[in-house]
Design a protein around this ligand. Structure first.
Ligand code: DON
Length: 308
């Protein structure tokens, strides 16, 4: 009989081992509110499909989840539209920065995938077409997933990202010019900056992503949020597109579907076993948490568990 790894002991070891790297890298400052977050933070939480949670460091401190939120909006849009959504957005890794403009022009306003900024703007637009109060529903969806009413939109981050959001506005204008946005540019950007501003802890994120470890079924109320097939496919998108142009290196070192955000968070999924969320604000040049990626690499190495 195989015994399960001692996750708590492994997280404690990882914490000690990554400490010298915590604070290295660059805290994102192109959104000024993010630049004010102390660089010395590190937290990690792992939650098994059986509902056990293991955590270390600052796992219960809230941070800005940024692009990790794109997985929640994608899940909602897939639930509403199914694979019709992919008429407007592709499923290929971009190999370019998450906020790059160039591909969008050469590929006629169809973003490469739903996890780069342009793709997430199309997903936000899809939600606005279906939901009267999309902002309220996204918040409610995430709160239910992690069973916490404490999750909020961080209004300071909203203001800061709006004030410095010229590049995303440019992407939205491009999309609109190709006929790939139905709602107004203002309303699409407003929903997008709100979902990126969601403030959550590692423990909440590990719980909220649990449905991707269990075939699309929500852990809190057994709702089927995605069909098992779409849950599998969403994990495939995370593996190929979740960490932008570091997807190859991340698959090589960590070996799990994952999604990062410029707030320094990364969530990764081992289907049928567990979800893990890690946070440390210092980023590598692709915009992924440096200590966080190292911690995930150590996790799959020490547990011997990955999708490969
Ligand atoms: O739109 C932006 O630039 C940010 N709200 C999100 C970027 C992000 O998190 C990319 N992730 N690594």
């Amino acid at each position: 009989m195989s015994t399960r790894p001692d996750y708590q002991a492994i997280l404690d070891e990882i914490h000690q081992e990554v400490l010298p790297q915590v604070g290295a890298g660059r805290v994102a400052d192109y959104i000024p509110a993010l630049g004010r977050v102390p660089a010395d933070r590190f937290g990690m939480a792992l939650r098994t499909v059986a509902g056990e949670t293991f955590k270390v460091g600052d796992a219960d401190e809230s941070f800005s989840i940024q692009s990790i939120s794109k997985v929640f909006t994608l899940t909602m849009a897939l639930g509403l539209e199914g694979e019709e959504l992919f008429r407007r957005v592709g499923r290929e890794p971009s190999g370019t920065a998450f906020n790059s403009l160039v591909q969008l022009e050469t590929e006629n306003g169809i973003p490469r995938n739903p996890l780069i900024n342009a793709g997430a703007l199309v997903v936000a637009d899809a939600l606005l077409s279906h939901l009267e109060d999309a902002k309220g529903e996204v918040l409610e969806f995430v709160r239910r997933l992690c069973e916490s009413d404490e999750v909020e939109y961080d209004q300071e981050v909203v203001r800061s990202e709006r004030a410095w959001g010229d590049r995303n506005a440019a992407l939205a204008h491009f999309l609109k010019s190709f006929g790939n946005l139905e709602s107004s540019i203002e309303s699409v950007l407003d929903l997008y900056v709100h979902h990126c501003s969601l403030a959550m802890t590692c423990s909440q994120l590990a719980a909220a992503f649990q449905f991707l470890a269990q075939g699309g079924k929500s852990p809190c109320d057994d709702r089927q949020l995605l069909t098992p097939s779409l849950a599998k496919r969403t994990n495939a998108l995370l593996l190929t597109c979740g960490v932008y142009d570091s997807a190859g290196d991340f698959a090589y070192r960590v070996g799990l579907p994952g999604k990062s955000g410029v707030g320094g968070g990364i969530v990764a999924v081992l289907p049928e076993r567990w979800c893990v969320a890690v946070w440390s604000p210092g980023l590598d040049p692709s915009g992924n948490s440096l200590a966080g990626t190292r911690a995930l690499e150590l996790l799959t190495t020490r547990t011997g568990e990955s999708i490969f």
